[in-house]
Design a binder for this molecule. Structure first.
Ligand code: FDA
Length: 301
């Protein structure tokens, strides 16, 4: 088994997830998770805002298995929207349909999302529907299409490792889209496995949406992709207000600051909450060098 697969299996382990919640941010997670409370996260957001960076906030939550947990997650997200509005920070929301009950009952999940969208629309706040694994892809697109009949300020994510990504981006070209490589373990029936294929498709999708779509969020830590995009927008006269770069909180922070300084719109994905374990394991799966976050913490004690 590859190291990547080990971390993905660990991210799916509900027992370890529950154990981790009891002990606060451990194993180096504090450098990539902006605290366990919204107040702590707001502090981190203010610091980024001071540097001209906007934020998208993720209330971490995984393994939602009953309606009561999903309702709690919905209430928490609404609370976060209110906190963003009250503190006047430059931020919006990212959320995962599974957190709001997608695996339990589609209609129930849609109702939860409607309540969230109602609150966000009051403050003209954008909502991004994060994309999870392949089974949840089509239902998540359906949620988006149903919700935006009444709440247009919602977008989603296209994952470049899927073969179907090009037809999805054509279907969703009128939406604000975040384009990513893809973080989950998928089989070769549905997804490219080779890094070069994924990178090539990633660039094709970014270029397509920059030229044909609404707003594009290019979410990557890959400096080669970023350099390519800079050249592409310049050559094709794509204005800077049509796209932004995005990275995760705590990753390549200097590059984040530099891109903002160069005048590019930049948005940092800020996760917070006690349910940090699965998120942290997926980050280790993506880049085993991130394990240094763990060892630094262990040896700096
Ligand atoms: P990748 O991991 O492929 O690295 C490419 C190269 O970049 C590396 O070889 C190295 O040279 C450099 N590099 C990368 N990280 C570095 C670091 N920390 N320090 C130094 N160099 C580094 N996925 C998903 O399935 N659904 C979703 O909704 C989202 N949402 C999302 C939002 C945001 C803001 C981001 C940034 C990412 C996501 N993702 C995601 C995750 C995404 O799919 C992907 O798994 C990760 O971003 C990792 O891929 P990268 O493109 O960042 O580079």
């Amino acid at each position: 088994m590859k190291l990547k697969d080990v971390f993905i299996s660990l991210s799916e382990n509900q027992f370890l997830n529950q154990a981790a919640q009891k002990y606060g941010l451990k194993m180096g997670a504090s450098s990539v998770v902006a605290g366990t409370t919204i107040e702590e996260a707001i502090e981190g957001i203010r610091e980024l805002n001071r540097r001209g960076i906007s934020c998208t906030v993720d209330c971490l939550g995984e393994f939602v298995s009953d309606k009561a947990e999903a309702t709690k997650a919905k209430d928490q997200i609404i609370h976060v929207i209110e906190a963003i509005h009250d503190t006047e920070v430059d931020a919006h929301i990212s959320l995962k349909p599974s957190q709001l009950g997608l695996d339990i009952d589609y209609a129930f999940c849609l109702e939860n999302l409607k309540e969230i969208a109602e609150t966000a629309s009051r403050y003209e706040m954008f909502i991004n529907i994060d994309m999870e694994n392949y089974e949840r892809l089509e239902p998540s697109f359906r949620l988006l299409e149903e919700l935006t009949q009444n709440y247009p300020n919602i977008g989603t994510v296209i994952q470049a490792y899927f073969y179907r990504a090009q037809s999805d981006i054509e279907r969703l070209k009128d939406y604000r889209l975040r384009i990513v490589k893809g973080a989950y373990k998928e089989t070769n029936d549905v997804a490219y496995q080779d890094k070069m294929d994924i990178d090539d498709n990633f660039l094709r999708l970014i270029e397509y949406h920059l030229q044909n779509g609404k707003f594009t969020s290019i979410a990557t830590h890959d400096h080669q992709i970023i350099e390519h995009v800079k050249r592409f927008v310049e050559a094709n006269h794509i204005p800077k207000d049509k796209f932004e770069f995005q990275m995760l909180y705590g990753f390549r922070t200097e590059l984040q600051y530099q891109l903002a300084k160069e005048g590019y719109q930049f948005c940092t994905y800020v996760p917070f909450g006690t349910d940090w374990y699965g998120y942290f394991m997926r980050r280790l799966a993506e880049r085993p060098q991130n394990i240094s976050l763990v060892t630094k913490q262990v040896f700096n004690k």
